[in-house]
Design a protein around this ligand. Sequence first.
Ligand code: CP
Ligand code: NVA
Length: 309
Amino acid sequence: EKQLKGKDFLAIEDFSSEEIDYLLDQAAKMKKDFLAGGASKPLEGKTLGMVFEKNSTRTRISFDVGMFQLGGHALMMNPTELQIGRGESIADTAKVFSEYLDGVMIRANSHEMVKEFADNASIPVINGLTDKVHPCQALADLLTIQEVKGKLAGLKLVYIGDGNNVAHSLLMAAAKMGIHTAIATPIGYEMDADIAKSIEKAAEQSGVTMTQLTDPILAAKEADILYTDVWVSMGDDEQTEQRLSDFEGFEINDELTSYAKSDYTFMHCLPAHRGQEVSASVIDGDQSVVFQQAGNRMHAQKALLAALL
Ligand code: CP
Ligand code: NVA
C-alpha cells in the first residue's frame, strides 16, 4: 500500500501484477464490507477533482459515489468552464489543482493531455479514459472475472471488435495476470502496434499466449470470456458509416458464442449497441455479467482511490 500512495494511475502497464493483485484484493474486501453495510471511511476530508472532456455515465457516477462512500468528496469540473477553456495551460492548471485537491480523475480526448497534467501535478492523477487506454475499466473487469470464474490465471479471454482503448487496457491487464488472450479485429482496426508489442511482452513474462487475428470464429474457440466494445468510440463519430460496414461479421451473437466454452461469460464495458457489436440475445442472456461489471467500477476504483490518495 505504501508504494502506491501518491502514484498516478495512467495505464495498466505502469503497475506490476503484485500491485494489481493487491488492488483487486482490497476491492473485494471493500465490496464485501459495503454489502454488509459496514464500510470504513479512509478518505475523510479528502477531495477528488473530476474533469471530463467526453461523455460518461459509469465513470462519473462510480467515482463520485465511491468518494462519498470513502468519506471524501468529489468535485465535478466542466473543462469548458475552467480557464483551460480560455487558454490557461495544462501545466498551470495542474499546479493550481494540486494546491486544493488530493487527487484528480481526468477523461481526456488525448492521452498526451493526461500525461502532461500528471507531469505537472503533485497529486495523484487517475486516467478515466483516453483515446489510448481505459485502465479503470480493466481493473473492474479483472475483479469481475475473479468473482465469476473464481480465478484469473489460466483462463482464455477473447476480445472481438475494435482494437481500441478498452482492448489495450484489458489485454494488458489480462496478460499481466496470466490470462491467455486472443483478439479478432477487422483489417485496419488492429490494436496500436507499440501497445500490442508491450502486451505481447507482458504475456511472455507471464507465460501466456496473446494472439491477434482477423477471424472472430477462430478467436472465439474455447473462450472462457467473450468481450466486446462499441465499434464507434467517442471521437470516431465521423467514421460511423464506414465502421458499421467494416465491422460486419464481428457481432457477438448466438452463432459466435457457440464456438466458446459452454460456460463462457459475456462482458462489455458499456454503453452497448444491440444489433451491432452484440446481439440482444447475448447481452441480455444469462451468461452476460455486464451490470455486475458496471457495478464493479465503483468497488475497484474505491480500492484505487484509497491506495493512491
Ligand atoms: N464504461 C465506461 O467507462 O462507461 P462511461 O463512458 O459511461 O463512463
Ligand atoms: N471505446 C469506448 C469506450 C467507452 C467507455 C470509447 O472510447 O468511446
